[in-house]
Design a protein around this ligand. Structure first.
Ligand SMILES: Nc1ncnc2c1ncn2[C@@H]1O[C@H](COP(=O)(O)OP(=O)(O)OP(=O)(O)O)[C@@H](O)[C@H]1O
Length: 581
């Protein structure tokens, strides 16, 4: 809690001292910088955590500013004004959520589409604001309305801005300690893995965008009241870009970064504007310098200096909490491919794959490079959409589903190259996996959820040969390949899926580690009674673990039988002639 209260108390103290030390006029100027800083904090949250860069945030800022101006002009009284303000914030958040989920739905990555669409929207909005004169006052804008509660913009209204700044910062600091923060960060880190853990990333990005839009709208309302005039530039691309610059300069990874950026850039611009004709050039150069040399912005530089003086001490590890059981998935029965075709452009990857697995056991998938093994798993989890035929698990067709629904259908997937969250430590990776298919919305707002452990995961971590126990606080980026393989395996089984898809789980493992991994897979299958499908090149492993072997070649099934029968199959021998692979 100290990590929240200390910076927030310091912020409060500094903001309260400003009018006392510098006087009302400076407080008025800083009030404006803080308003931009609040909007930039919203951008920082979205961009710094999820990696999604919004280029049209002034759309919400300006819209809210216009609505606030009209409301204040109508003179309804403080109560109605506040009620309307909350209604506008909520409406903007809902609209932003719908817009973002619509754009992100069906897209695998964040990509530049979203940024470009927000850019286009704010340009349209600025045009409309400039031409819809009866509503907005056209290019002259709206003016002549009182401040909220008739407070003096050059006096007491500063304290309203200071209060909003502290509250937004407090909220962001609290969010940083909750599981939702980990999930938001996981989007930027490895979105495909998060989807395979059952998280609908388009909804997560939509929620983060809605939150940042509501913060921009709050800032817009304060702006109208503070400035007493709203013009189309308050809803324009120029302001949107400026807010992004403030965020980048101040530091998008820190709660207070955007505020620092807004105050420093605002103050420097005001100082230079009158004394130096090329001040905009100087500001642009400063921006380029920060982006190139200090991508984490001023806040990160300050933190580096602070950490030199006071190195971080490793916190005490909180005791584990028994995780609730996984949500039932109703996954049962055999996996059935019926004449499955998969084509991307002119590349025909699967050409009529048909097989029917038993409902339990270990199936190995073998075949030469490029045979279509990984694509077969991709078709099951929805990472690739099939172009013909059907895939069913038990009595339910599963082929038209997006990847985040695979786990909800009881299918866990480990990828060929270990796919984990590289910017996080092992503990956070496991925490995300423990939430998969377990956490309800309310659990994502409880810090205790971060300490969930299931019995099976605890058992796995207790095994002396599993190299994860001593790695818990180690950044994943520093782990050797073998440890990453075990981590991804542990993450995949954390939600106890009934169907386990493992793509070369022993690749890069030492002989001892390989023996351990095969034993873990066998034990998991025996304990759950589920179906495990393993892609494997090493025939000794295939022989040791398989109940049946599926041989693929050129996107078709060459054989599907016991290991011995497959080994003596002349067609398989012909394909494998000359090597063990
Ligand atoms: N997204 C994609 N776009 C275009 N071609 C693809 C795509 N995914 C796979 N392919 C092609 O489909 C073929 C089968 O690929 P796949 O990865 O399924 O093979 P594999 O049997 O798993 O091979 P390996 O043992 O090398 O991993 C390859 O020729 C590959 O280049």
């Amino acid at each position: 809690m100290v990590s929240v209260l200390l910076p927030v108390s310091l912020l409060l103290a500094v903001l309260l001292l400003i009018p006392e030390v510098f006087g009302d006029f400076t407080a008025y100027q800083i009030g404006l910088y803080l308003i931009y800083g609040i909007a930039a904090q919203g951008i920082g949250y979205l961009w710094g955590k999820t990696g999604v860069l919004p280029l049209g945030q002034a759309l919400f800022f300006g819209f809210s500013a216009y609505v606030t101006a009209s409301t204040l002009r109508a003179g309804n009284g403080l109560g109605i004004d506040l009620l309307l303000a909350f209604t506008v914030l909520a409406a903007i958040a809902v609209l932003a959520f719908l817009l973002a989920t619509l754009i992100f739905r069906g897209r695998k990555e964040s990509g530049p589409y979203f940024s470009l669409i927000t850019l286009a929207l704010v340009m349209i909005a600025e045009q409309i604001a400039g031409t819809a004169t009866p509503l907005t006052g056209g290019f002259n804008g709206m003016s002549g309305f009182p401040s909220l509660g008739n407070l003096d913009p050059f006096g007491s209204f500063y304290y309203v801005i200071a209060a909003a700044t502290v509250l937004v910062s407090l909220l962001l600091f609290i969010l940083n300690r909750l599981p939702v923060n980990l999930i938001a960060k996981a989007v930027a880190d490895n979105e495909p893995r998060l989807q395979l853990l059952g998280f609908p990333t388009h909804v997560i990005k939509g929620a983060a965008f809605a939150f940042s839009a509501a913060i921009a709208a709050l800032a817009g309302g304060l702006f109208a009241s503070h400035q007493g005039i709203v013009t189309p530039t308050s809803m324009g691309f120029g302001l949107s870009a400026e807010m992004v610059i403030l965020t980048a300069v101040g530091g998008r990874f820190h709660v207070l970064g955007p505020l620092i950026g807004a105050v420093i850039v605002g103050w420097a611009s005001a100082e230079l504007r009158d004394s130096f004709p090329y001040w905009e050039l100087l500001m642009a150069l400063a921006f380029i310098l920060v982006v190139l040399k200090a991508p984490g912005g001023i806040a990160e530089l300050l933190e580096t200096v602070y950490r030199r003086i006071r190195p971080a001490t490793p916190g005490r590890r909180a005791p584990s909490i028994a995780a609730p059981p996984s949500k039932p998935t109703n996954a049962s029965g055999a996996l059935r491919f019926d004449d499955v075709h998969l084509q991307i452009g002119v590349v025909r990857i699967l050409n009529g794959v048909t097989f029917d697995t038993p409902s339990t056991g270990i199936i190995s998938v073998i075949g030469p490079n490029g045979a279509g093994k990984t694509s077969t798993l991709n078709a099951i989890t929805g990472n690739l959409q099939i172009t013909g035929g059907s895939i069913a698990l038990g009595s339910r067709n599963i082929h038209a589903r997006p990847p985040y629904k695979a786990l909800r259908s009881g299918i866990g997937r480990k990828l060929q190259v270990p796919s984990v969250f590289f910017s996080m430590n092992v503990s956070d990776n496991l925490a995300l996996a423990m939430m998969a298919n377990r956490a309800r919305l309310v659990d994502l707002l409880r810090p205790a959820t971060l300490h969930w452990r299931s019995e099976s995961l605890t058992e796995l971590l207790k095994r002396p040969a599993v190299p994860l126990q001593e790695d818990l606080v180690a950044p994943v980026a520093h782990l050797p390949q073998g440890h990453r393989q075990f981590l991804e395996y542990a993450m995949t089984i954390a939600s106890e899926p009934r169907v386990l898809l493992l793509d070369e789980p022993c690749a890069g493992l030492s002989p001892d580690e390989t023996a351990l991994m095969t034993e873990l897979v066998r034990t998991y299958q025996a304990q759950t009674g589920g179906l495990v499908i393993v892609i494997e090149h090493d025939m000794s492993i295939v022989q040791a673990i398989s109940d049946k072997v599926l041989v693929l070649h050129l996107g078709q099934v060459l054989a599907f039988d016991s290991f011995d029968k497959v080994r003596s199959n002349p067609e398989v021998q012909a394909v494998y002639a000359g090597g063990t692979k």
